[in-house]
Design a protein around this ligand. Structure first.
Ligand SMILES: [Cu+2]
Length: 253
């Protein structure tokens, strides 16, 4: 009978596991590393809508009891200013591997990324949170809400927040966009963007956004808007200089 010497057999059996370990080490190297960015530049941009300014749809608020939706609630799926600025667009640098660290919130807990439930609306409509860091979820309404997430890569969560529960936190391990709903109030909807690096911005009511501390270089900026879709644009960032960019989006493009 021929047999492999025992050490060889052991290595042969272990080989797939060793290769797997090496593979995942290589993969984690592809992630994001924080470095000093002493000569970082700034990207200042605006997102504009090409078309007649849409009127936000008034949402159908169907529950009867609520103290929290006395005022009309309007959809935030497409919010355009009088100057055609598009709100709630998420702009990020694609595939950046190193740059400034994520902000720390030690001692500034109130400034942490937050998703509030107030007036039976999730606020903000789009919240960005670094992966593996806490997202504060608040309930300022004093009525029952539940935070129901619809992830593809993270664990799905469905957490009740009775009126007496004012605050909780959620963490997300993987980078993705996650839709959030409330099963009590079907019109409530928001997005959590789990960021793998700190170069994410959400456009404001004027459609404007800013990314600071960007290492000089040429990048692809990636834009996502829940109604208007995705867009990309190249940009070159120079040391300690402001670079301007404009996105123009149209419906059904
Ligand atoms: Cu609710």
């Amino acid at each position: 009978m021929t047999a492999f010497p025992k050490p060889v057999l052991l290595i042969a059996l272990l080989l797939p596991a060793l290769l797997l370990a090496a593979g995942s080490a290589a993969q984690s190297k592809k992630g994001y590393s924080a470095i000093d960015v002493p000569d970082g530049g700034t990207i200042v941009g605006v997102v504009r809508f090409d078309g007649p300014t849409p009127v936000p749809r008034r949402l159908d608020v169907t529950t009867r009891e609520d103290v929290c939706h006395r005022d009309p609630i309007h959809s935030e799926k497409l919010v355009v200013s009088s100057d055609r600025g598009v709100r709630w667009a998420v702009v990020s640098i694609k595939k950046i591997t190193e740059g400034k660290p994520f902000p720390t919130y030690d001692g500034r807990e109130d400034e942490r990324p937050t998703l509030d439930q107030t007036g039976c609306v999730f606020t903000p409509h789009v919240a960005v949170v670094p992966k593996r860091q806490p997202l504060r979820i608040l309930n300022n309404d004093g009525v029952l809400h539940n935070v129901h997430t619809w992830p593809r890569k993270n664990r799905s969560r469905n957490v009740a927040m009775p009126g007496g529960v004012k605050e909780m936190t959620l963490k997300f391990r993987r980078h993705e966009r996650i839709r959030v709903t409330c099963d009590v109030h079907p019109w409530m909807e928001a997005w959590i963007v789990v960021a793998e690096h700190p170069y994410y911005a959400v456009s404001d009511a004027d459609g404007e956004f800013t990314l600071t501390g960007v290492p000089p270089g040429t990048y692809t900026l990636r834009l996502w808007h829940e109604t208007l879709g995705e867009a990309e644009q190249q940009i070159t960032v120079k040391p300690k200089t402001e670079s301007r960019v404009e996105f123009t989006l149209r419906q059904g493009a």
